[in-house]
Design a binder for this molecule. Structure first.
Ligand code: GLU
Length: 318
């Protein structure tokens, strides 16, 4: 196995089927890793239980293999690591960085004074300071969220490998954010914290993902800092959108990779289209992963969002 010290990961959520947008990000993530002579791990982000189905997990594996995006080693499955996340949750709790919050969505919405900058609602830190150290006691009677106390931190900056310098005022983009849900006294760590813990535990040196997650990066940098971790580099790629400019979704038409696979479309057809969208080839060439890897360079990737039209979907065989 190649080992240049570079380590990245594919982190699909098996809550839905992989679609064209995921395929493009994963392809670029894979090309980046291989061009660096690095390792690429697979992590199943399956903490969102009710929506995770075993057949969807199998589908993720099959879709990635069909595209030729092989990963290194065993897949890491988040639902098998709850104890690890809980231990890090307790570490933050002991540092008084967490507090419980029973505010409903409606409460938070009602308290919004400024228009929301990000996709998530901005939490006005209503419950911060409401509890003393007794907050450390889990509540066996009800359900509530646990939030990360940003303290005096407002501005967070980092240098994105693809986007360049990034900066946000977290008090205006998220506020104290949720790191876990408590249900009947059981702590269920959520995406932001699980992601940071796993990136650290698996030695990820560079996170490659779509730019709808830049907002999460700022939060993850703060969590990593509180936990004493060295953060990886972050590389955010332009999002794939529908003709209306919104993130690719069902309403834009079926773009699930499994559909192409079942219809007997060749992976090369999809690779050609994806490669063209990344500035690496024309879709009419005989395209293979090897060819894309030979030509891959970050500079080739257009900076703007990738728009998928109905004609594109038809061309691909949907
Ligand atoms: N599981 C997330 C997704 O499918 C990706 C999270 C990440 O890369 O950190 O959107």
């Amino acid at each position: 196995m190649a080992d240049s010290g570079y380590v990245t990961r594919l982190a699909p959520s098996p809550t839905g089927a992989l679609h064209l947008g995921n395929a493009r990000t994963f392809l670029l993530n894979w090309l980046r890793a291989r061009s660096k002579g690095g390792r690429i791990l697979l992590r199943l982000e399956d903490l969102d239980h009710p929506r995770v189905k075993p057949e969807r997990v199998e589908q993720v594996y099959a879709d990635l293999r069909w595209l030729g995006l092989e990963w290194d080693g065993e897949a890491l499955v988040q639902s098998r690591r709850l104890v690890v996340y809980q231990a890090e949750f307790v570490r933050l709790l002991k540092q008084h960085r967490l507090y419980p919050c029973s505010c409903s969505r409606a409460d938070i919405q009602a308290a919004q004074s400024a228009p929301n900058l990000g996709e998530d609602m901005v939490y006005p830190n209503t419950c911060r300071g409401r509890y003393g150290t007794a907050a450390a006691v889990v509540n066996t009677s009800g359900n509530r969220a646990w939030r990360f106390n940003l303290g005096v931190t407002r501005h967070v900056e980092y240098n994105d490998v693809f986007l360049g310098a990034q900066e946000v005022d977290l008090s205006r983009s998220s506020g104290d954010f949720v790191v876990a849900r408590e249900e009947e006294g059981i702590i269920k760590v959520a995406y932001q914290l699980a992601c940071v813990v796993d990136d650290h535990a698996t030695g990820i040196t560079e996170v490659v993902r779509a730019d709808d997650l830049v907002n999460s990066t700022f939060r993850q940098l703060e969590l990593a800092r509180a936990l004493g971790y060295t953060s990886p580099e972050y590389l955010h790629l332009p999002l794939v959108v529908g003709a209306d400019g919104r993130r690719l979704a069902k309403r834009h038409g079926d773009s699930r990779i499994s559909v192409l696979r079942r219809k007997g479309v060749s992976p090369e057809r999809l690779l050609g289209w994806l490669g063209e969208s990344c500035g690496l080839c024309t879709r009419t060439e005989a395209v293979s992963l090897e060819l894309l890897l030979e030509r891959f360079a970050l500079d080739c990737i257009p900076k703007n969002k990738v728009v998928v039209t109905a004609e594109d979907l038809k061309y691909l065989g949907f």
